[in-house]
Ligand binder design. Structure first.
Ligand SMILES: [Zn+2]
Length: 201
């Protein structure tokens, strides 16, 4: 029998490929990346019209988050790929569950996991993953934590390139006819509400 094609991102044997070579979970995040990228491109091409409308300053971060989520789905499947899940995969899921239940990561967990047979580690990983995958959060919780990811991203060269590009885009918007018209309108509104004596000649 022919082997069913697996998702080109996570390579999961658990979810059938839905479209574009991706499973339903990966496809929805890839579509977000595509949508945000199109919006950003539109804002770059016509900042006057789309900079505010598309919330262009937030888009690079939203694209990066979606890319990190896709990477997380690959990481999760890595733990299922062999008959011997490594310690870190199991520990990371225990840590996520401890966080969401406002508990603590038990100090003897590493020792207990190391005492498990490879098959036990693989099984407990699959059980914990089924729970972690269904935690109702807006973005999936990642194995090394979003806080650490944000910190690393903030100090990365790529982020600073994005900051520079964001400033250039903001400048292009402020110099656009639409932004200037809005500034004029705001100025007129302020002047109509100010006492005549306070408006400079
Ligand atoms: Zn997938």
């Amino acid at each position: 029998m022919d082997k069913q094609p697996s998702c080109q991102n996570c390579d999961s044997p658990r979810r059938p490929v839905k479209a574009r070579g991706l499973c339903s979970v990966c496809l929805s995040w890839q579509r977000r990346i595509d949508r945000y990228s199109r919006k950003l491109e539109r804002a770059k091409n016509d900042p006057g019209k789309y900079y505010i409308k598309n919330d262009a300053q937030s888009l690079p971060l939203r694209i990066d988050i979606a890319k990190r989520v896709l990477k997380e789905f690959r990481w999760r499947e890595d733990g299922l790929r062999t008959n011997s899940t490594d310690d870190w995969h199991v520990e990371a899921l225990v840590n996520i569950l401890a966080q969401v239940s406002l508990s603590n990561f038990p100090c003897n967990i590493n020792r207990l996991i190391q005492r498990m047979s490879p098959q036990s580690r693989r099984l407990i990983y699959e059980v914990l993953l089924a729970v972690v995958e269904n935690i109702p959060t807006r973005d999936p919780i990642i194995n090394d934590g979003w806080g650490r990811w944000f910190h690393d991203r903030t100090f990365s060269q790529e982020h600073w390139e994005q900051v520079k590009a964001g400033r250039a885009l903001e400048k292009a918007y402020l110099e656009s006819p639409q932004a200037k018209a809005l500034q004029d309108l705001m100025r007129k509104k302020v002047q109509t509400h100010l006492p005549q004596s306070s408006i400079p000649n």
